[in-house]
Design a binder for this molecule. Sequence first.
Ligand code: ADP
Length: 170
Amino acid sequence: MTTTITLVQGDITHHSADAIVNAANSSLLGGGGVDGAIHRRGGPEILAECRALRASRYGKGLPTGQAVATTAGRLDARWVIHTVGPVHQGPDSDPALLASCYRESLRVADELGARTVAFPAISTGVYRWPMDDAARIAVETVRNTPTAVEEVRFVLFDDRAYEAFARRLG
Ligand code: ADP
C-alpha cells in the first residue's frame, strides 16, 4: 500500500487526523511549543495519561527516538502519539534518532490502526535542529518506512518550515 504525503501550513491542534504526533520532551509532562499547544487545546486527560505512563512504563522518561500513544482528549483525533526528538548539538544529537521518531510514531500508529497521521516538524523548535536537514530526514524516513497508514500529513507552523518540506517533497 502506498502512503500519501501531504503538507499543510498551520496549527496542528486545529487539524483532524486519527493520530496527531506531539514533539514531546522525555518527561512527558508537557512543555512549550507544539507540546504546550497540544495539552492546552487537548485538555487535562492527555496529561493524566502521560502521568500514568511516567508512573508505569517510563519512570526515567520516554527515551529520545521512541514513541508512545495516549488519548487525544478534546483534539479532533483519536490518539496523540508522543515522541521525543533529539536536541541539536546536545548529547543525543544523532540524525538516526530524529529518523527514529518518525519510524516509531508510524509503528505505534500501525499498532493502533490509525489511517491518517499528522506530524509537526519534530526537533526544529526549542531543540534547534536545522530546518532543511529536519525536513530531509522527515520526508526520507516516512517514504522509506513500510506502514499501513494511508496519509501522513506534515503540519508546518510557519512559511520557513512549509517551504523546507515542500522543497524536499519535490
Ligand atoms: P522541539 O522541542 O521538538 O523542537 P517545538 O514544539 O519547540 O519542538 O518545535 C517543533 C516545531 O513545531 C517547530 O517548527 C515549531 O515552529 C512548530 N510548532 C510550534 N507550535 C506548533 C503548532 N501548534 N502546530 C504545529 N507546529 C507547531
